[in-house]
Design a binder for this molecule. Sequence first.
Ligand code: 3HC
Length: 294
Amino acid sequence: MAEIKQVGVLGAGLMGHGIAQVAAQAGYEVVLREVDEQTLTKGIHKIEKQLARAVEKGKSTREDSEAVRGRIHGTVHYRDLAPCDLVIEAITESLALKLEMWRELDEIVKPEAVFATNTSSLAVIDQAASTGRPGQFVGLHYFNPAQVMKLVEVVRCVTTTDAAFDVALQFARSEGKLAIPTKDKAGFIVNRLLVPYMLDAIRAYEEGVGSVSEIDDAMKAGAGHPMGPLALSDFVGLDTLGSICDVLFDEFRERRFAQPPTLRKMLSAGWFGRKSGMGFYDYSGEAPVSNPGI
Ligand code: 3HC
């Protein structure tokens, strides 16, 4: 299998822009693809902001930050991913959209390249089997913010070859990440444990155990978590959380994975957390305040 020099990243959203930045920081040439110029520019601006902040804080030199930026090539065309050695998708968490995308890319990207999905919960095999290279298909699951969180879950599905799995493990390690191998079971390790915890926090709120801020403050001060579970739900995105629990519930049929009514109503209202400005907290002011509507 070819040495990885060029990495394709599909999607410049919450996860994709971070995945692209981390790869470029590790010295890889990155082709970052979005559906249109406006969305692409938004993602690249986020990266530029992070790189500028690193220079301001003295964590990086201007030259290094410019070199990282120079390694990221934005595009709206699949054809620009043709020479990539590894392609990581971080598009919307919809199996139908992902399959449509892989069908197009499979024809374009060189046959020896490895494909990876950053899915949070969908079965990796369902995507692998839709391509002509099911042996060269893995999960590379990054955590938000990808630039900061140490972990990458490296997911092996039933068709993944040893060689492709090793390429993925070595790649994640070369980015300075802690690469933990996991099996292709819904939620892998982290979301299988973290999602029921976040859902339980919503149920605790519904049962009046504490207010939104009391639940969050309690878990920060009592369990040493950097964020409380409701702030974390907003941070992950309530739409993402909702779709992960639907997949987990469908797979395991256990109540602990079911969407609590409050989450369901918030999604109907279009409250997706930080990304939409409203979730368990209202983000429209200087500092987040509890959302009075829930
Ligand atoms: N992008 C890049 N860097 C960021 C960032 C972002 N979005 N947010 C914060 N950072 C950096 C800051 O620049 C700062 O860097 P520095 O130490 O070099 O100065 C550092 O992270 C700490 O940031 P802050 O001082 O602003 O704030 P905090 O100390 O509160 O840390 C946090 C922010 C890292 C987000 C921390 O609150 C945290 O770890 N929260 C938990 C995050 C978590 O659990 N993520 C996993 C979610 S689950 C998931 O992603 C799986 C998916 O499938 C759902």
